[in-house]
Design a protein around this ligand. Structure first.
Ligand code: ADP
Ligand code: TRP
Length: 322
């Protein structure tokens, strides 16, 4: 099965991104022909500084490889290294009714968060449709928040096929089973936009410090506590093995466990979970030439598919031949 997904380099990856998406992308590369890319054209709608964007693209690329995305197995590339994407986005735009983009929840949310309502942000779903259709993707694994974008992708592909004859394969969404929404330090959903994240590659001392800051109520140590509503326990449960999880849950319900003890243990579990990835990450980050080579090789493999699909789309609508 040909699968594809994109990750926006709009900041360092956090453990919500890992548990909610990246871990599953890594698992999917085993049984499928996987295409994964760092969506820098998309990130331009929110990152407005060249140095920052370059750093984020490098960091996300390195993080993904360190976490286990295997560039020999999956095609791992940077979106803008395959410029056919923007040409296809234009062709698709010409068959995309304004009303489809106007109803996008993600656009409305971002404008409400204060991101400028420019044309790029508005046309974001047409660019995303180009990403998906350009690689003939059959299955697109994404979080629930991207469901509407995938529906629009299918609608755009159907419309192009209807107007110009059969050109694109219709992709199926694969909404990742949500492990649970990973809570952040303040108890809300962990998200860059709430500044409540634990980054995967935060230094261990920072992880320990952040765990201490997770919000709790003032229930005394001896009193029973509800694990289900406690962000410390909810995070702990995502990292602890079953026997330890059950033991801590029991002590929450019976009373006799303090939040401080669980926070200390949680920090060690998070650090341990990424200990090997951290070593790999340090090695990779110290070798930018190797990263540049992986990036070039990924782009070359991606472009081979992209060029063929773009030619078909151009021929269908009457652009070219060159
Ligand atoms: P952020 O909210 O930090 O900007 P993104 O929207 O870029 O994160 O998320 C990228 C992917 O990570 C999405 O597929 C999303 O479903 C997943 N993800 C992000 N935050 C969480 C979370 N707190 N819990 C579970 N999954 C998450
Ligand atoms: N919009 C997606 C997000 O914010 C990232 C993305 C860009 C993407 N292009 C894609 C995801 C194509 C899947 C397929 O998470």
């Amino acid at each position: 099965m040909r699968i594809l997904s994109g990750i926006q380099p709009s900041g360092p990856l956090h453990i919500g991104n890992y548990l909610g998406a990246i871990r599953q992308y890594i698992a999917l590369q085993r049984e499928n022909e996987a295409f994964y890319f760092v969506a820098d054209y998309h990130a331009l709608t929110s990152v407005r500084d060249a140095e920052t964007l370059r750093r984020y693209v490098f960091d996300v690329f390195v993080d993904l490889v360190a976490l286990g995305l295997d560039p020999d197995r999956a095609v791992l590339f940077v979106q803008s290294d395959v410029p056919q994407t923007t040409e296809l986005a234009w062709l698709l735009s010409t068959v995309t009714p304004m009303s489809w983009l106007e109803k996008c929840v993600s656009y409305k949310d971002k404008v409400q968060q204060g991101i400028p309502a420019d044309h790029g942000l508005f046309a974001y779903p047409a660019l995303q449709a180009a990403d998906i259709l350009l690689y003939d993707a059959q299955l697109v694994p994404v979080g629930q928040d991207q469901k509407q974008h995938l529906e629009i992708t299918r609608d755009i592909a159907e419309r192009y096929n209807h107007v110009y004859g059969n050109t694109f394969r219709l992709p199926e969404p694969y909404i990742l089973p949500s492990v649970a929404v990973v809570p952040g330090l303040d108890g809300r959903k962990m998200s860059k936009s709430y500044a409540n994240t634990i980054e995967i590659f935060d230094p261990p001392a920072t992880i320990r410090k952040k765990c201490k800051r997770i919000v709790t109520d003032s229930t005394p140590v001896e009193a029973p506590k509800n694990p289900d509503t406690c962000p410390v326990y909810r995070l702990f449960a995502l990292f602890a093995a079953a026997p330890e999880r059950a033991e801590v849950e029991r002590r929450y319900r019976e009373g006799g466990i303090g939040y401080g003890e669980v926070k200390t243990r949680l920090a060690e579990l998070i650090i341990d979970c990424f200990v090997e990835a951290r070593v790999r990450r340090d090695e990779l980050a110290a070798n930018p030439d190797r990263i540049a080579e992986l990036r070039r090789a990924g782009a070359e493999r991606a472009a081979a598919t992209a060029a063929a699909v773009l030619e078909k789309a151009r021929a269908a609508c009457g652009v070219g031949p060159r």
